[in-house]
Design a protein around this ligand. Structure first.
Ligand code: NAD
Length: 352
């Protein structure tokens, strides 16, 4: 499929290819939709095998940001950027070059951290552009707030799907033990849940064993773990044709963006009796925090209160999904599409 067909399919506004041979930069910035405001979304650095893989990833992530920011009530549009390459090899000059591309968009795109980009990198990026959030004296690392939002969404899911008022005694299979998963596991274990964990990194598994008394499994074995909740907290596309039949959980609730390889898996899960909480609803904690920073109103307590609102949003979406016997993804998608259509209608000139 050509790039314009892909863009038209899901209503993308702009795709920008950024190239700077002097520093080895190949990056893509995708602005999905700016109807609700300037587009906010992090930058990921990842060694994609092909340019198509990178483009597919960044487009899915950018679209997810539109939905995430809208449902979090942020009056922001959605975008995302990827830098193609191994994050271990990134240089300051490469980050600065990327930042200059961001700057040229004059605030239509505001960047932030994502996988492969950390708080120190954000400090380098801000040397070249003011259109960046997650700076040291602002939110810094937003992962604990993201984890808190996932936890709030999980509580709503546990109540409505499992009929339980707490996580006590529940088994959660956590895929990935990165920044968000570590904070999330703290909350889960504190509430009496048992965690089964996988990661590609042996050090992270050691930490999970020591800190959370986690049961450790091989990466491919995480899908088939008998558990109450499967929490994808690594990369996207993990619910796909290979894994969907392996799942032995009742609820899917995790931090990873774009967990469904394709939209159709939301309804496939419904047929299997599994309720998947939309990733872009429950992992909005970090976005909420950095959006407050952008408005100059960030303080941790205020951010935490706002992130706690994810519980109510999840409840509202779940109630409707269970009533209509459709996936929570479909309900959430419809809500955002209505918000965007209403805003577009408001913006039409009076002569229309
Ligand atoms: P991270 O890079 O700190 O952690 C990801 C972990 O997943 C790493 O430990 C990595 O080794 C592991 N991993 C990668 N592939 C794996 C596989 N196939 N099997 C098992 N483990 C694997 O990232 P993070 O900041 O914790 O973010 C995790 C996810 O949540 C990402 O998808 C990110 O986009 C999403 N997310 C993060 C935030 C945030 O505030 N950090 C906000 C919203 C969404």
């Amino acid at each position: 499929m050509g790039i314009f067909s892909k863009m038209q399919g899901d209503g993308y506004e702009q795709v920008i290819f950024c190239q700077d041979q002097t520093v080895g930069l190949s990056a893509i910035i995708v602005l999905h939709d700016t109807t609700l405001g300037p587009a906010l979304g992090g930058v990921r650095m990842w060694p994609y095998n092909t340019e198509d893989e990178a483009l597919h990833d960044v487009m899915g992530l950018a679209r997810g940001m539109t939905y995430k920011n809208a449902l979090a009530g942020l009056e922001l549009g959605g975008a995302k950027a990827v830098i193609i390459g191994d994050a271990k090899c990134k240089s300051k000059e490469l980050l600065k070059s990327f930042a200059r591309f961001v700057d040229r968009l004059q605030g239509r795109y505001v960047t932030a951290v994502d996988v492969g980009i950390n708080s120190d990198d954000i400090e380098v990026i801000r040397e070249e552009t003011k259109y960046v959030v997650g700076v040291r004296e602002g939110t810094g690392n937003p992962s604990p707030l993201t984890a808190y939002g996932v936890y709030q969404g999980m509580l709503a899911g546990v109540e409505q799907v499992l009929g339980s008022t707490s996580l006590q005694g529940l088994r959660v299979a956590v895929q990935g033990m990165g920044h968000v998963a570590e904070s999330l596991s703290e909350l889960l274990v504190r509430d009496g849940a048992e965690v089964t964990v996988t990661d590609l990194d042996a050090e992270k598994l050691k930490l999970a064993k020591e800190k959370f008394n986690a049961t450790i499994v091989e990466p491919d074995a995480i899908y088939s773990q008998p558990c109450d909740i499967f929490a994808p907290c690594a990369l996207g596309g993990v619910i796909n044709s290979t894994t969907v039949d392996l799942l032995r959980c009742k609820l899917v609730a995790g931090a990873a963006n774009t967990q469904l390889a394709e939209k159709k898996y939301a309804e496939v899960l419904v047929k299997k009796g599994i309720v998947a909480l939309p990733d872009y609803v429950i992992n909005a904690g970090g976005a909420i925090a950095v959006a407050l920073e952008r408005c100059g109103t960030y303080c941790q307590e205020h951010a935490k209160q706002k992130v706690a609102g994810i519980y109510n949003t999840t409840n509202q979406i779940l109630r409707q999904a269970l009533e209509e016997k459709i996936s929570p993804y479909l309900v959430a998608d419809r809500m955002v599409e209505t918000m965007i259509a209403n805003k577009k209608a408001e913006k039409l000139p009076a002569s229309f």
